[in-house]
Design a protein around this ligand. Sequence first.
Ligand SMILES: C[S@@+](CC[C@H](N)C(=O)[O-])C[C@H]1O[C@@H](n2cnc3c(N)ncnc32)[C@H](O)[C@@H]1O
Length: 248
Amino acid sequence: AMMVPLDPCNKPTSQRRITEGDTVVVYERHDSMRAVTVSAAGVLQNRFGVFRHADWLGRHFGSKVFSSGGVGGKGGRKAGGGFVHLLAPTPELWTLVLSHRTQILYIADISLVVAYLELVPGCVLLESGTGSGSLTTSLARAVAPHGRVYTFDFHDQRADSAREDFEKNGLSSLITVAVRDIQGEGFPDEYSGAADAVFLDLPQPWLAIPSAGTMLRQDGVLCSFSPCIEQVQRACETMRSCFTVVES
Ligand SMILES: C[S@@+](CC[C@H](N)C(=O)[O-])C[C@H]1O[C@@H](n2cnc3c(N)ncnc32)[C@H](O)[C@@H]1O
């Protein structure tokens, strides 16, 4: 069975050892890291040397591992002095290494959104669009272990890629990805009155706001993110017609 790094049912990564199938963030420097799926036969080659995944199995997340050759000699543990650190794929690091399929939210905005949404473990949250899933991983951690994030994007391929990423990061039990035109159709009726919070990162959020209002339980929170002030103004106008307190 594949052990999953962030799966709330498993141990926190600080107590876990790296096993086959895990996603690790290979950290060279703060401006140079990448996500790697560990496999027994896997080999990573970079400017610091050649690293065999087999040498990583059983180590703790956070471990410093040395190249097994390729730079300045063979076999020796410190051959060539090449090393990397194997870090757990936390939402903060994932945001830095994920493949950009869309514009994404970065940690400064993500932390603000998570705070404004008043998320606590157990919350049920609706999100659209999923985009590259940068925000979604942080939302999932905030509602873990028993909450759930239902995230919607109308772009099939993006939804598929996001689903794969969440699976790789052990978040499948917390996140459901669905394909839906949220601006055109709103959120599915089955979540009516069931959401603790709704988050929108859509080009025309005002089209989805009436539906978002219907999905929220009494005293629930809606947060919408837009890069342009015209979008913010229009979203706020629509919110004023169906919400009690509106802040921007
Ligand atoms: C800027 S991206 C979201 C980025 C995301 N917050 C992140 O951090 O990775 C906006 C997404 O909204 C999706 N989208 C645009 N219009 C939509 C609609 N009507 N219904 C659902 N998704 C839509 C796009 O496909 C795109 O993936």
